[in-house]
Design a protein around this ligand. Structure first.
Ligand code: SF4
Length: 486
């Protein structure tokens, strides 16, 4: 293995431009059978940058063995030197973007994780969160396993290492049968690439193919295929393991089938709008949510204004349904991000204005409907509302394209604890007061499900994970509830 890159300056994840929204933890990508596999993986990671901005890594394999490069920062920072990609030869590679929430943002926590086993090397990149990682970790440490990182993903590596099964596939199946939680995983050995999703398919994973070389691609979202010119083949199914080698793709289904519960927040906020997940274009889903929201919570107003960027398609749907003009009343500065380090309190307070500016020509003298995708703590919403009023809006109504976020996510999304969620501690009227709006409404559960093609939410068979709204956690929370594994 070549040494990993030196750590680069990286902002504190509690930095002021962290925007009070839930954050995706990770994006994964894998390439099998293409020249310059590492370069393609880096392109894929770039397209998946929205899923994790704290760190990135790639492990490639060639006749010379495995090579890796990992670093803290954006993909463009970590892989900006052409010599880095040149140091990752081979026709297979996997990569990972990380949004650090478990463990500190340390280089040793950056994935893909790599280990040498009796059967050879194995690299693993994981998106999601194991709900029994803490419990399993204690058991593994008691059995003598020495952990190198503080990420729960390393549990997979140790479970594979101590498995009594012979082949890497049998060991992996043995490992996934012991973990609980949400996981989409991409793994690489010298002779195969493996992709798998947890039995409920909470986190996405898709399979694609490059048209000329026939190389196979695994990625968290279809936008990663588009950037490298690959074609969409299919979603990896919930509970499915796909094994890719020079003979093609094999499918293994080691779990008894259960009703899938894909993360509904991927449609509302996390995924890139040009991605297609589980057969639904994310952009269209967001527009339809906006249409439902307008039907449910109409309001007399002069202009529909999205909170950019993720509120834009829902605001378009709201405007189409209501007949009220859509205008860009808030302009997002795309160049504010992660370059400011340790600003003063005064600058911190101004942070929201650095990211968003009110467009006075649209807002002055108008009754404004602001459309946003979620309210988490409410602090960002309050600042945006204040900014819109300061630009001359006469009324500000807020419409939210998700139901109220009342519960934390334990499946791989960074949300604050319950006591910090505004909707967990306030009713609708007091939320409106805190945010400073004339009226506030959220999409209903049924409206959300209607927008996704269902008749409504069936409490006995909800088609998605929606636990952060409903508290209906579809995968047991072993660590949280303090239960011991067998
Ligand atoms: Fe997605 Fe919410 Fe479920 Fe987490 S709890 S997986 S954010 S729907």
């Amino acid at each position: 293995m070549i040494p990993s890159s030196a750590p680069v300056a990286v902002p504190d994840s509690s930095a002021p431009f962290r925007d009070g929204r839930p954050h995706e933890e990770c994006g994964v990508v894998g390439i099998w059978g293409a020249d310059e596999a590492a370069a393609l993986a880096a392109l894929g990671l770039h397209a998946l940058q929205h899923r994790g901005q704290e760190a990135a890594g790639i492990v490639s394999h060639s006749v010379e063995g495995f090579r890796q490069h990992k670093g803290l920062g954006l993909v463009g920072d970590v892989f900006n030197d052409p010599r880095v990609i040149a140091s990752l030869p081979g026709r297979s590679a996997i990569g990972h973007n990380r949004y650090a929430t478990t463990g500190a943002t340390l280089l040793r926590n950056v994935q893909p994780l790599f280990a040498e086993f009796e059967f050879g090397g194995l690299a693993v990149a994981h998106n999601g969160n194991l709900t029994n990682a803490g419990t399993l970790r204690k058991v593994l440490v008691r059995r003598g396993c020495i952990f190198q990182s503080t990420t729960d993903s390393e549990v997979f590596v140790h479970l594979i290492a101590i498995s009594l099964y012979e082949t890497v596939l049998d060991r992996l199946i043995d490992a996934v049968k012991q973990v609980k939680g949400a996981y989409s995983l991409v793994a690489l050995t010298s002779d195969m690439m493996i992709g798998l999703r947890d039995p409920l398919g909470v986190r996405p994973l898709i399979l694609g193919r490059l048209p000329h070389s026939g190389a196979w691609v695994l990625a968290s979202e279809t936008c990663a295929l588009d950037i490298m010119g690959a074609e969409f083949v299919r979603d990896v199914e919930p509970g499915e393991i796909v094994v890719i080698d020079d003979g093609g793709v094999r499918s293994i289904k080691p779990f008894s089938p259960v009703s899938p519960r894909f993360c509904v927040f991927e449609y509302i906020y996390f995924a890139r709008p040009d991605s297609v997940l589980e057969g639904h274009p994310v952009y269209t889903a967001r527009q339809k949510i906006g249409v439902e929201l307008a039907r449910e919570s109409a309001v007399d107003a002069d202009v529909i204004v999205p909170v950019p960027d993720s509120g834009v398609p829902a605001a378009m749907g709201f405007a189409m349904e209501s007949g009220i003009p859509f205008e860009m009343g808030i302009i997002r500065n795309h160049y504010v991000g992660r370059t400011f380090i340790e600003p003063t309190d005064h600058i911190r307070h101004l942070g929201v204005r650095m990211k968003h500016s009110a467009n006075r020509v649209v807002l002055e003298g108008k009754r404004v409907v602001l459309v946003d995708d979620s309210i988490v703590r409410g602090t960002t919403s309050r600042k945006i509302v204040d900014m819109v009023r300061a630009a001359g809006a006469t009324e500000v109504h807020m419409r939210i394209s998700s139901p109220p976020t009342r519960h934390p996510c334990f499946y791989g999304i960074d949300t604050p604890e319950e006591s910090k969620l505004l909707a967990a501690t306030h009713d609708l009227a007091s939320m409106a007061e805190v945010i400073g709006v004339d009226s506030l409404a959220f999409i209903s559960f049924d409206g959300l499900y209607r927008a996704l093609g269902h008749e409504g939410r069936d409490a006995m068979a909800a088609g998605y994970c929606d636990a952060c709204f409903t508290g209906d956690y579809p995968i047991e929370l072993v660590d949280k509830e303090g239960r011991l594994v067998a």
